[in-house]
Design a protein around this ligand. Structure first.
Ligand SMILES: [Zn+2]
Length: 153
């Protein structure tokens, strides 16, 4: 039995499934505490959970899907229910950050149409990811520029 090295330290791999046309990894975050997104209080009181299917970089020449168990916690302090957050996946996204980045780079080297065909992702999805990553990069670039300028004043 061989195993896939995920290289995302925040996740623990619970189960691996190798299929004909893709690989699946069931993962969950390896922490039992989460900071409340409303008040900042730490809690370990699990309210419920759901599974989010997230595409990641291909492994062994096949698309990789993560079935991420996303826990929702109830805060002891303010009583609000909030979802876990992840370093490698942005809220409500169905691709890891590194996979989105990879798609963006691929689009630059070819076309959105080509990437859509190769990765078997709808054209509109690739297009949306491309512009979203581009916008993020522009923002980071401006912030770097601003901090450089500030340091020179
Ligand atoms: Zn709270």
């Amino acid at each position: 039995m061989f195993s896939v090295s995920l290289d995302l330290p925040e996740f623990e791999v619970v189960k691996q499934v190798f299929l004909e046309d893709c690989n699946l990894l069931h993962v969950e975050k390896n922490t039992t505490e989460e900071r409340c997104s409303y008040c900042g209080f730490f809690t370990s009181h699990v309210h419920d959970w759901r599974t989010r299917k997230v595409r990641d970089l291909s492994v062994l020449g096949k698309p990789l899907f993560l079935f991420v168990k996303v826990y929702r916690y109830r805060c002891h302090n303010c009583n609000e229910v909030f979802s876990q957050t992840f370093e490698s996946i942005s809220p409500n996204k169905h691709q890891t950050n590194r996979y989105r980045e990879y798609l963006y780079e691929m689009c630059i080297g070819s076309t959105i149409q080509e990437v859509s065909r190769k990765e078997k992702i709808p054209y509109t999805t690739v297009e949306r990811i491309f512009y979203s990553v581009a916008k993020q990069k522009e923002k980071e670039h401006l912030e770097t520029l601003e901090s450089v300028l500030e340091n020179h004043e």
